[in-house]
Each structure stands twice: as structure tokens, then as C-alpha cells.
Design a binder for this molecule. Sequence first.
Ligand SMILES: Cc1cc2nc3c(=O)[nH]c(=O)nc-3n(C[C@H](O)[C@H](O)[C@H](O)COP(=O)(O)O)c2cc1C
Length: 379
Amino acid sequence: MPMLVQGICHRWLILPRASREALMRGYNRRLSSPTESSLPMYTLARQLLFKLSPETSHDLSLDLIGAGGRLGLNGLLCKAPAKMPVTVMGLEFPNPVGLAAGLDKNGAAIDGFAQLGFGFVEIGTVTPRPQPGNPKPRIFRLPEAEAIINRMGFNNLGVDHLLARVAAAKYKGVLGINIGKNFDTPVERAVDDYLICLDKVYAHASYVTVNVSSPNTPGLRSLQFGDSLKQLLADLATRRAELAQRHGKQVPLAIKIAPDMTDEETVQVAQALIETGMDAVIATNTTLSRVGVEGLEHGDEAGGLSGAPVREKSTHTVKVLAAELAGRLPIIAVGGITEGKHAAEKIAAGASLVQIYSGFIYKGPALIRESVDAIAALR
Ligand SMILES: Cc1cc2nc3c(=O)[nH]c(=O)nc-3n(C[C@H](O)[C@H](O)[C@H](O)COP(=O)(O)O)c2cc1C
């Protein structure tokens, strides 16, 4: 049996018997109901996947998307988005809608995601050494709010493993690699971890994202402010100049920020990015706010909140950045896109590209095409 089929079968078999039975009952019911069998395929898949714990469903989905990618099947699952080429950071994107970091932390399903129609794929966050992340459970769905709370804590198999997956992928499009620090590296030495990752991924990435905004690694967000930020960016810029010389190519650096800063702090970040010669800003990561999920089941879990409740905050951050940057640096907008029109709102707010995570979980691959269409309609 091919390894990938074995892997999927294994995941299926290790599910508790009650979960497997519930899934099959749901599946058979859908098949025997003529009205419901005509529901879009993802609606059915979601009904099945949402019966599992969020993390089991995440792992299974990644296996399936990865397997479909290796077999070249994922393009059959949904109509391809319209072609909408854009050039940003000197890179050519077939469309402006990308996969946000965190869904494919280890680069396990690069081909699979690309075949679903994403205009670019960002993998990671990856750290120099493998680490298990926080104890489970650590992802929570809040379907009433189209939201997710996670405190994964950069669980990943380390940068060397990720690079092996990149080497195995056939994808030739725009690949972002998102880098972070190990949880046990003191924050005063964080720069060492970013430089280790930058050195290793440089030759293999279309662009590199420096993640200083995850709320789940203690102290990480302090790197977004004042001298800590300036020092980190200056060190990255110096190392990038050396790497550009060595590899004969200038790989763009993007900095990913949180939505929880004051406008003044966001403006200071924008100024630091310009001063140090960074190439893009990604706005935003998840929020610590719980506005929009108060009183909901899991609404008070610790971690970062994403999906619909972060939309306004993220878009506000994009607007503040756009006003300060005035076109000198492109903005990649992410946060709360659950319908095509939200992607168009981000572009109207000043972004050049968008990314999706939670909306993909709730709406599936059709959201990619819907977002491309909505952005195209702005033109
Ligand atoms: C379960 C989960 C894990 C995530 N992991 C990462 C990560 O490793 N690195 C990162 O930069 N962002 C990570 N994110 C943040 C997303 O990339 C995105 O910035 C955020 O969720 C807002 O977008 P959304 O509302 O479309 O989900 C994660 C988000 C979720 C829900």
C-alpha cells in the first residue's frame, strides 16, 4: 500500500470507534438524501470533519489535501480561480489570494494547497529545532462566530524537516516561509533563532516572513516594539545583504504583526520597516481580544482569536499602515476573510495581497475563487 494511503488509513483507524461510527452515519445519511447530496462537496466534508476534534480534523484534512496534491487531484475539487496576475515585492502572483501561515506548518501539503487555487502558499511558522507546542487541546472552534481560538505554540518539526518537504514539492509558484523562535530560546536571544532560520530557508523561499506576533510564545510580541524591533530588523537586514551576495538573489522579507497595537505603535512599526529596508508587512496575526465571542462555548479559552471577530481590527490595522506607508511598502492583509467581499475590503483598505486561514476552515476552497472574483470586481 502506498505510504500516503497507509497514513490516512492509520489516522482513520486511530479515531475512537464512536467517532468513526458518527462519521459513517453522517456520510450515509448525506448519500441517501437527494437534496443534501447536492450540497457543495465541502459542506459535506465540513459536516464530517467538524464531528472530530479540531486538531484531529486539521491533521486529517492536511493528510487528504497532501495526498490529493501528490496524486494531482485537488484541482478537480473546485473550479479554478480566474487568472488575476499581480506583481508585489518583485514577485509575480497568478492571483492575490494566498494561504496564511499556520495551516501547513511543516510544508506537508504544498502541492495540495497550490492545486486548490491559492495564488501563493505560506508555510511555517517553523523554528530552528523541532518542538511539540502546547499541551492539547489547543485549538477550539466557535462556529456561531465563524471563529477559532488557538494556542498551538509553534508546534513544528523544525526547519530541516520543512526544507526536506519543500525539496519534495513540485510547486514552482510563490512560496513564503514563515520563521519564528523556539519557545525555550530567551527572548533577548530571539534574533539568533531568526538568523538560523533565515540562513537555512533563504535559497528555498520566494519570500520570508518574520513572525513577531504570535500570542502563544511568551515574550514574542515584545519584539514588535521600540528598540527590540529596530535591532531585530537591522540584524535581519544585515544578514539578508550577506545572503543576497552569496546566493545572487534578493529574497524579500515580510514582517507579520498583531492587530492589538495602538495606532501610534502601528505607525512606529511602519516607520521601522521603512528605515530598515523591509519589503512587506503582513497584517495581522490573531487577536487577544474576545470581543464578538463573549459568552460562547470556548470563548474564554486562552490563545489567539481568528476568523470573523478579528476582521475589523485587522482591517483597521491595514488602514493605519496604508496611511503611514503611502505605497512605499506593500501590505499583505489577513484576518477574518470569510466571504469574497471581505477580501475586496482589505484591498480597498490598502492591501496588495490577502491571505486566508479560518475562512478556509469554515468555507473551504470555494472561498479562494470567491475572493479572487470580488477583488477583480474592484478594478
Ligand atoms: C490554528 C492556527 C494556527 C496558526 N498558526 C500560525 C503560525 O504558525 N504562524 C503565523 O504567522 N500565523 C499563524 N496563525 C495566524 C493566521 O496565519 C492568521 O494570521 C490569523 O488566523 C488571522 O487570519 P484568519 O482570520 O483568516 O484566520 C494561526 C492561526 C490559526 C487559527
